[in-house]
Structures are given as structure tokens and as C-alpha cells.
Design a protein around this ligand. Structure first.
Ligand code: ZN
Length: 129
């Protein structure tokens, strides 16, 4: 007998994320699974295949990526979101530009490889101007 397992899932009846009881044993390769809401006791079906694909294809998610601002410092491998271009990318390396600024090299999904400033201090620029 498997122990009862619970997970957070969106219940269509409660219309919110609730604690759900996983119904039945989870088999390897199983594509769908029934969950029972602990609040309203209605059953919901979770598509496991869909979830697995989401995490497997390595698509960058704008919601979880860090929004790019020039003042920030980024690290290699970090996912960032550029709101102006509406594009997500991954920091592949860090460089110093010829004029002494710190920059990140980012491979964007739509824009391709781009250089963006980081650790940029606008107040210093204002002082110069
Ligand atoms: Zn419910």
C-alpha cells in the first residue's frame, strides 16, 4: 500500500490552488493522474506529460527570468528577460567593454547574441554630463 501523497494543484471547482490528494499509484510513463481536492472533494485530472515536457525542453520562461536592468549584476547561466524586446535569454559570458564598462553576453531566443551593460551607474554618467 502506497502512502497518501498530496500536491498543490488548481481546483476547477474552488478556482484556486488547493491541497490535492493523489489518487492511485503513480506508474512510470503514466500520462494522467487524478487528484482529489481536500476542500471540495471534486476530482481533477493532471496532465503529467504536459508538465514533464515543460521542464524538459529547456525553454526559458519569462516569468521566472530576472528582468534586465543595466544597474544589476548578473551571473553566467542566469536567465534574464528584456522587457523592451519582449525576449528571454541566458547569460553566456561576462566581458569588459573597451570603455571600461562591465557587460554581459546574452543569447536571446529571438534577438540572438547581444551585449548588455551590467553594474551600470547612471549617476556617474549624470555627473560626467
Ligand atoms: Zn476544490
Amino acid at each position: 500500500m502506497a502512502r497518501t501523497k498530496y500536491t498543490e494543484f488548481l481546483c476547477g471547482y474552488c478556482n484556486k490552488n488547493t491541497k490535492m490528494e493523489m489518487v492511485g499509484d503513480l506508474q512510470v510513463g503514466q500520462e494522467k493522474m487524478w487528484l482529489k481536492c481536500t476542500r471540495c472533494h471534486h476530482m481533477s485530472q493532471m496532465d503529467l506529460k504536459l508538465r514533464a515536457n515543460d521542464s524538459k525542453n529547456g525553454k526559458l520562461d519569462a516569468a521566472s527570468a530576472t528582468k534586465y536592468t543595466p544597474e544589476q549584476i548578473f551571473s553566467v547561466g542566469q536567465a534574464i528577460f528584456h522587457s523592451e524586446w519582449d525576449d528571454v535569454g541566458k547569460v553566456t559570458s561576462k566581458i569588459k567593454t573597451s570603455d571600461g564598462h562591465m557587460a554581459i553576453v546574452v543569447t536571446f531566443e529571438k534577438q540572438g547574441q547581444r551585449r548588455l551593460l551590467e553594474n551600470f551607474k547612471p549617476e556617474l554618467l549624470d555627473a560626467v554630463l
